[in-house]
Design a protein around this ligand. Structure first.
Ligand code: 5GP
Length: 308
C-alpha cells in the first residue's frame, strides 16, 4: 500500500527485495548444510548492518540450525527475551549478548567430544537402545548412573549402575558430584556422576546419558551444548502395547501409566532430535550418528557469503 511511490522506484525496490530475500535464503541454506555456523552469521550481521545477514529474522536463523523445530525455536526466543519478528540487525546490545552466548554454547568445540542425552516416555525402549550401543559401540562412553534402587538379577555394580544407599547419594549431591539427579517413578533416586563425563568430553570422547525427562532438562540448563534426543514409539498403539502388554497391572495402574505416557510424549517439543524406535538396531545407529563429532567443526567465516 505504498500509494505515493513512482512506478520505476517501486520496480527497483521490489527487485532489491527479491535479491535480499534470495541472499537470506542462501544464508539459511549454508547453515542448514553446516557450511557456516549460526554464530558466524550473527557475528557478520553485527559487524556490518548492511549485509544481508542483518536482515535475517532470528527465528529463521535458529530454524536453520540442526535439530531446532518451531516449538524449540519459540522456546529459545522466549528464554532469550527476543521477539520472533526481530531481525539480527535490529537486536539491542543485551539481546545480542544473550544470543551470542547461546549460539557459542552450541558450536562444537574442536577436539571435544559430544554430549548426547537420550530420553523418552516410559517403556519406549531407551534402555534397550542404550544397551545395544554399549555392546556394539565401545568408543561411546555410556555414562553409568548412581542409583538408590536395588540391583535386579543380572545387573552389576559399576556396569549398569553404581548401587548406593541414601546416605552415599546425599553425599554425592552435597559434594556437587552429580551433573543432574532425580527421583524417578516416585521411588528411587538416580543421578549422573559428573567427573567421568567431563573427563571423557575433554579427551574428545562422546558421551551418552540415558536418563529421565527431569534429568534431561537439568542437563540442558547445566550444559547447553548437549544434544537432547527424544526416543519415540513407532505409534501410540505400540507404546500402549509395551506399557500394559504384560497385563500384570491392575486397570487403575494401567490407566495411570497411560496418563504418564501422554504427559511424557508432550515433552518431545523440548528436544533437539526425535528418533523413532521401530527397530533397535536402526534407532541405535541414528543415536550413534548424532554422537559423532562433525569433522572439521566450524568452518571459517566468509566461505558462503564472501562479498569482500
Ligand atoms: P530403571 O530403574 O528401570 O533402570 O530406570 C528407571 C528410569 O530411571 C529410566 O527412565 C531411566 O532413564 C532413569 N534413569 C537412569 N539413570 C538416570 C540418571 O542418572 N538420572 C536420571 N534423571 N534418570 C535416570
Amino acid at each position: 500500500m505504498t500509494g505515493g511511490m513512482p512506478e520505476v522506484d517501486r520496480a527497483a525496490a521490489s527487485r532489491a527485495a527479491v535479491a535480499a530475500r534470495q541472499a537470506r535464503a542462501q544464508i539459511k541454506q549454508s547453515v542448514r548444510g553446516s557450511e557456516r555456523t549460526a554464530l558466524d552469521v550473527a557475528e557478520t550481521a553485527w559487524r556490518d548492518g548492511t549485509r544481508p545477514e542483518a536482515g535475517l529474522r532470528v527465528p529463521e536463523l535458529l530454524g536453520a540450525m540442526r535439530g531446532l523445530g518451531p516449538a524449540r525455536v519459540a522456546d529459545v526466543l522466549d528464554r532469550l527475551r527476543i521477539s520472533p519478528v526481530k531481525r539480527l540487525g535490529g537486536l539491542g546490545p543485551q539481546q545480542r549478548d544473550r544470543l551470542r552466548e547461546w549460539l557459542r554454547a552450541r558450536v562444537s568445540v574442536p577436539g571435544r567430544g559430544r554430549l548426547v542425552v537420550l530420553a523418552g516416555p516410559t517403556a519406549v525402549g531407551k534402555g534397550t537402545v542404550a544397551g545395544y550401543i554399549r555392546e556394539h559401540h565401545p568408543d561411546v562412553l555410556l555414562s553409568v548412573s548412581a542409583t538408590t534402587r536395588a540391583p535386579r538379577p543380572g545387573e552389576h555394580d559399576g556396569v549398569h549402575y553404581y548401587f548406593v544407599d541414601d546416605e552415599a547419594f546425599d553425599g554425592m549431591i552435597e559434594r556437587g558430584e552429580l551433573l543432574e539427579w532425580a527421583t524417578v517413578h516416585n521411588a528411587s533416586r538416580y543421578g549422573t556422576p559428573r567427573p567421568p563425563v567431563d573427563a571423557a568430553l575433554d579427551a574428545g570422547r562422546s558421551v551418552l546419558l540415558e536418563i529421565d525427562l527431569q534429568g534431561a532438562r537439568q542437563v540442558r540448563a547445566a550444559m547447553p551444548e548437549a544434544l537432547l534426543v527424544f526416543l519415540l514409539p513407532p505409534n501410540w498403539e505400540e507404546l500402549v502395547r509395551r506399557l500394559v502388554g504384560r497385563g500384570t497391572e491392575s486397570p487403575e495402574e494401567q490407566s495411570r501409566r497411560l496418563d504418564t505416557a501422554r504427559v511424557e510424549l508432550a515433552a518431545q517439543d523440548e528436544f533437539d532430535e526425535l528418533v523413532v524406535n521401530d527397530d533397535v538396531r536402526r534407532a541405535a545407529q541414528e543415536v550413534v550418528d548424532l554422537l559423532a563429532v562433525p569433522s572439521g567443526g566450524a568452518r571459517p567465516a566468509g566461505r558462503a557469503g564472501s562479498a569482500r
